[in-house]
Design a protein around this ligand. Structure first.
Ligand code: ACO
Length: 342
């Protein structure tokens, strides 16, 4: 029987080999290993070396995912790259396409903060469904979550520099016999934009009415990340908790005879921003912490759009044939969740 399920066919990840420890950070800002571990859960993070780039990380993760899925680059018809640290054009997705040697496919970037990967999966899934319904064509998609947060880190700001790291993760999605996306929910709340943002290097906000006015300093500044962590924390817990409930509710509304309740969920991949946020979400939903991925934050810090797919690759043995929820939250206060069978 021909399967109509759409799910993950394979995944891969890449993190730079350069390790930055809490002890290293003690030398540059007023902090301590004890504070960082207790308040955030981070022990180490990976930072791109001189010869590494956001494109290079995306490419390595993508190549590993394709190999894992036994899919050739030429079979990919759609590429979505979730990224917050590719502040230029052409899009990163088109450059991944070029480097993979794919002659023709659709390709675009997705910008939704640390929730970008969930948004990218939703976009790719919707496109696969639309192509099938409208044109009778089955697509195979490549979805990458990548960020080089070290590029936007102010290494003098102890509130943020201890949290962030670099990395990439990727999945191949298409028609699958076993794996299946069951429901996806996304939302955003732009009124919180001022609590987590990067500098506006192009001067959009204070743009002069004189089109010839030009300030060289504006174009060379780094778009540093700024965050009011204390105010974000409770909203992150509430929002991720709500997203998990919502993705289950959506599924159950559509499938009243195949309802899935929280205790049936085998494993949860939350965005890795702070281990205390992850624990608070698990507590709020009474999910045993053993069922929740937490190792990423300790090992890699917050890798933004990459944290969830890096988790897939690191823990693949735990999730085969299981019911999974992915949940993310980040800037813009964009957030989202995926309910799927792995
Ligand atoms: N080392 C030592 N002390 C520090 C450090 C540090 N690295 N950073 C802050 N402190 C100090 C503060 O100055 C403050 O001192 P004070 O009491 O004398 O004023 C004290 O520690 C407590 O600071 P808080 O901000 O209250 O610390 P908190 O426990 O809230 O932890 C943190 C801060 C880790 C940022 C936390 O609030 C958090 O994780 N917030 C949410 C982050 C998040 O989810 N962001 C969204 C996703 S990330 C993204 O999209 C890129």
């Amino acid at each position: 029987m021909v399967s109509h399920k759409i799910g993950y066919l394979g995944f891969g990840s890449y993190t730079p080999s350069r390790v930055l420890t809490n002890a290293d950070l003690e030398k540059v800002v007023d902090t301590s290993d004890d504070w960082i571990q207790r308040r955030t859960g981070v022990r180490t993070r990976r930072i791109m070396g001189q010869d590494e780039t956001v494109l290079g990380m995306a490419l390595k993760a993508a190549e590993r995912a394709l190999k894992d899925a036994s899919v050739l680059p030429g079979e990919i018809l759609d590429i979505r790259v979730a990224v917050n640290t590719w502040m230029r054009f052409p899009s990163l997705a088109t450059q991944v396409q070029k480097e993979l040697g794919i002659e023709s496919c659709s390709a675009s970037d997705v910008s939704a903060g640390c929730a970008g990967f969930v948004y990218a999966v939703e976009d790719a899934h919707n496109k696969i469904l639309a192509e099938r319904a409208l044109y009778g064509r089955e697509l195979t998609s490549l979805i990458v979550g990548v960020d080089g947060l070290s590029l936007v880190t102010n290494w003098k700001d102890r509130n943020t520099c201890v949290l962030l790291g670099d990395g990439a993760g990727a999945v191949v999605m298409g028609v699958s016999k076993s794996s299946e996306i069951l429901s996806i929910h996304t939302e955003a709340d732009g009124k919180y934009g001022h609590l987590l943002y990067s500098d506006d290097v192009l001067g959009q906000q204070g743009k002069s009415s004189d089109p010839f006015e030009f300030s060289p300093s504006e174009t060379t500044a780094r778009p540093y990340l700024h965050m009011d962590g204390k105010k974000i924390f409770p909203v992150a817990v509430r929002t991720m908790t709500r997203n998990i409930k919502e993705v289950l509710r959506k599924h159950n509304n559509m499938h009243p005879n195949k309802k899935i309740d929280l205790p049936e969920i085998d494993y949860v991949y939350p965005h890795q921003a702070n281990v205390r946020i992850i624990r608070a979400v698990a507590d709020a939903l009474e999910i045993p912490i053993e069922k929740v991925y937490t190792e990423g934050i300790a090992k890699y810090g917050n890798t933004s759009a990459a944290s969830i797919p890096i988790g897939y690759d690191e823990t693949r043995a735990r999730t085969e044939d299981r019911l999974i929820v992915d949940v993310a939250f980040g800037a813009g206060f964009a957030s989202g969740a995926i309910l799927r069978r792995a």
